[in-house]
Design a protein around this ligand. Structure first.
Ligand code: PGA
Length: 240
């Protein structure tokens, strides 16, 4: 199996169209030749129109499980797809904690994203309290067993993002990442399922985290907002 090398950027609620255009101009200069296929960014839906296949793949940060109807403020997987999106995030910890999304709701979102032919990136992770009380594996197992119930694991991507590592500058240690990713590989029983790590990934820690066998790429927040740090992370992802 060829080891995948996915460099995904979660822009969250950042960037005006002008800033996104400036990013794309820098990215075009800095993206190593032939590497475009490894990248994807998740901007707000409003910015979707500025991306093209030639510039950079993009995806939604959230999709609802219905595609049309009286759901004010929600985001449609069908519309994202027709705008050229290839992926979507499902269950990012900010969606879970700020917007109250449960594993049951996320399961419906996963299924609808697949029907719409988007590749969903299912995000899971434990809080600091859960880690400190020894519940990491049981939390992850529950997120997976409910969130991915009936979902074809050959068509999705899984992202492990410990909540305490997101936006804090404190990435999980390589030992922690290895332990969790090995566990996820075994639990999912799907050798081709790409496993991403997310949570304070930066150019300085990308190399040692990507050395871990079951890490197939990263979901990057803060460091994906600038084309130089985003591309630098990619360049540091080397199989040794
Ligand atoms: P971070 O965010 O890289 O800024 O920690 C990661 C994420 O939220 O996906």
């Amino acid at each position: 199996m060829v080891r995948s090398k996915l460099c995904f950027g979660n822009w969250k609620l950042n960037k005006t169209p002008q800033e996104a255009q400036a990013f794309l101009a820098d990215f075009k200069e800095l993206c190593p030749e032939g590497a475009l296929k490894h990248f994807c960014v998740f901007p707000t839906d409003l910015l979707g129109g500025i991306f093209s296949k030639e510039s950079l793949s993009w995806g939604g940060q959230n999709v609802y499980f219905e595609n049309t109807g009286a759901f004010t403020g929600e985001s449609s997987a069908q519309t994202l797809k027709s705008m050229g999106a290839s992926h979507c995030l499902v269950g990012h910890s900010e969606r879970r904690s700020i917007f109250g999304e449960t594993n049951e709701i996320l399961n419906k979102k996963m299924k609808n994203a697949l029907v719409q032919d988007l590749t969903p990136v299912f995000c899971i992770g434990e809080s600091l309290e859960q880690r400190e009380s020894g519940k990491t594996f049981s939390v992850l197992k529950e997120q997976i067993s409910i969130g991915l119930e009936g979902v074809d694991l050959k068509k999705i991507i899984l992202a492990y993002e410990p909540v305490w590592a997101i936006g804090t500058g404190k990435a999980a240690t390589p030992e922690m990442v290895k332990e969790v990713h090995d566990y996820l590989r075994e639990l999912c029983e799907e050798p081709d399922l790409p496993l991403l790590y997310g949570g304070s990934v930066k150019p300085v820690n990308a190399a040692e985290l990507y050395e871990i066998k079951n890490v197939n790429g990263f979901l990057i927040g803060g460091a994906s907002l600038k084309a130089d740090s985003f591309c630098e992370i990619f360049k540091n992802m080397k199989v040794v």
